[in-house]
Ligand binder design. Sequence first.
Ligand SMILES: Nc1ncnc2c1ncn2[C@@H]1O[C@H](COP(=O)(O)OP(=O)(O)OP(=O)(O)O)[C@@H](O)[C@H]1O
Length: 316
Amino acid sequence: MTPVAGWVREPGPGFPLFLNPPFHMELQIDDVSKTYGDGTEAVRDVSLTVSEGLIGLLGPNGAGKSTLMRLIATITTPTAGTLRWNGTDIVDRPVAMRRTLGYLPQDFGVYPELTAEEFLHYMAALKGVPGGAARPRIDTLLETARLEEARGRRLGGFSGGMIQRVGIACALLNDPDLLVADEPTVGLDPEERARFRALLTDLAEERVVLLSTHIVSDVEATASRLAIMHDGRLAATAAPEALIDRVRDRVWEWVVGHDELGRVRDAYRVTKATRGPGGVRVHAVAEQPPSAEATPAEPTLEDAYLSLLSGPTSPR
Ligand SMILES: Nc1ncnc2c1ncn2[C@@H]1O[C@H](COP(=O)(O)OP(=O)(O)OP(=O)(O)O)[C@@H](O)[C@H]1O
């Protein structure tokens, strides 16, 4: 399901032949806001177009990521703005989105008494996947999610990472064009996190994947594009490299005394502090060299992200 822009034109004698219908996958979010009944403005005036690859929705807790994902998944409606899937308004016609959506919610739960295989069959039945098609599909998905060996075990004994992989298999039952995963790496150990990232990267070769997280390392090597959310708004949308370029020449490293670290953290946007025998090596973003000993350092996505969240660069 590689996106193809527009018509494919076959040259030939006589009239040109148009072979393929227009085919694309595009989620278009225009000026969307969501205010909850209690007055909380969770999403404010967000515009974003998502059309290919793995898109990382990065933001701190409470930034509005889950709300935006619930809007996309059509389980809540916006108070303003429009969301369209391939041109169809998904608020007016949610079925168009639901048919082609795979959604792994933050609070994905399973029935602990069922085995992985039984659970997927149960969910396939709920999703209306015909019985004959369900078996081979579930076999493939157990393999995709690397759960073949655990297929006959009860979910109650699964690790957090395995449960999340069951969640992804479940979200893929209808072979979605858009896969939305809301903070799926929360609570996973580093190995499971890396495994999960690799799975999502593979899946993004054939469909659009939208992954929300508050952890920069989840998306720095996997996402082709990042949307940074803060306080309900989109603070930036860009490729990770472009975001890093924004802080180039504003990242410094220098060594401070152990007792100075608190003051330095208050004054500068410190993204890394490594303790050593001679003091603490500080890595920070600042408009000007923070000290005579400071040397320019290679910027990271973490630098760019924290810089975006905390406004103008220091001294603060
Ligand atoms: N149903 C609700 N009613 C009222 N306020 C809500 C509701 N759901 C979320 N909120 C509030 O909306 C804001 C955004 O929450 P949301 O869950 O969308 O953010 P998030 O970026 O996903 O954060 P988290 O990772 O903590 O879930 C927060 O202030 C949250 O408390």
